[in-house]
Design a protein around this ligand. Structure first.
Ligand SMILES: C[S@@+](CC[C@H](N)C(=O)[O-])C[C@H]1O[C@@H](n2cnc3c(N)ncnc32)[C@H](O)[C@@H]1O
Length: 182
């Protein structure tokens, strides 16, 4: 959607977003048994850049050309709308889906993973307490236990729902999962 792409480009110009690697990526990337990785909605590439440093070949996809400028040139940067993009099947040892949710992509994520491939998926969860940020569009919000159910046909290595800070330092609930394709 062009409107959302423009909004993201503006956000990336205006805001200083964190550059640290996502803790689950740091902790679990080494579970991958090969070096082909995909970073879905990579943003400015904090996790793509980390994986490059760990010796991965990275396909980094996002529709914000502004964000992609910050992704290391060693990555294969893909400027595309995920709504219209199909991942290559049986291609990746490791897939990241961090702070992004498009439920329609989940079957494709599973097909894009090689056997024994690792998915690291972390994004916002509904919050039933006061004072937590939730997106106005609830399509971008996981329900409790939903992420676990979405990958229940994989071997679950880690699953947690916890309180965290958003990229813009607001209190949020997140669900986080690491799983291996059977
Ligand atoms: C919250 S940011 C997360 C960025 C990164 N994963 C991180 O955690 O630093 C969400 C990203 O999704 C991208 N995005 C949203 N919808 C998209 C779409 N339909 N196609 C491609 N990228 C999209 C935005 O441009 C933005 O960079």
């Amino acid at each position: 959607m062009l409107k959302d792409k423009t909004r993201w480009n503006e956000k990336y110009k205006e805001l200083a977003l964190p550059t640290y690697v996502t803790k689950e990526v740091e902790k679990y990337h080494a579970f991958a048994i090969g070096k082909e990785a995909l970073d879905i909605a990579c943003g400015k590439g904090r996790n793509s850049n980390y994986l490059l440093e760990q010796g991965f070949n990275v396909d980094a996809i996002d529709y914000s050309d502004e964000a992609l400028k910050s992704v290391d040139d060693r990555a294969n940067k893909i400027d595309a709308d995920l709504d219209d993009f199909t991942f290559e099947q049986n291609r990746y040892h490791l897939i990241l889906n961090i702070n992004f949710l498009n439920r329609n992509k989940i079957p494709q994520i599973k097909e894009a993973l090689k056997k024994s491939g690792i998915i690291i998926f972390r994004t916002m969860l509904e919050a039933d307490k006061e004072g937590f940020r939730v997106p106005s569009n609830r399509d971008y919000l996981l329900r409790k236990n939903e992420l676990l159910h979405l990958f229940i046909d994989h071997d679950i290595i880690y699953y947690e729902e916890y309180e965290d800070l958003s990229l813009q330092n607001e209190k949020v609930m997140v669900a986080s999962l690491v799983a291996r394709k059977r």
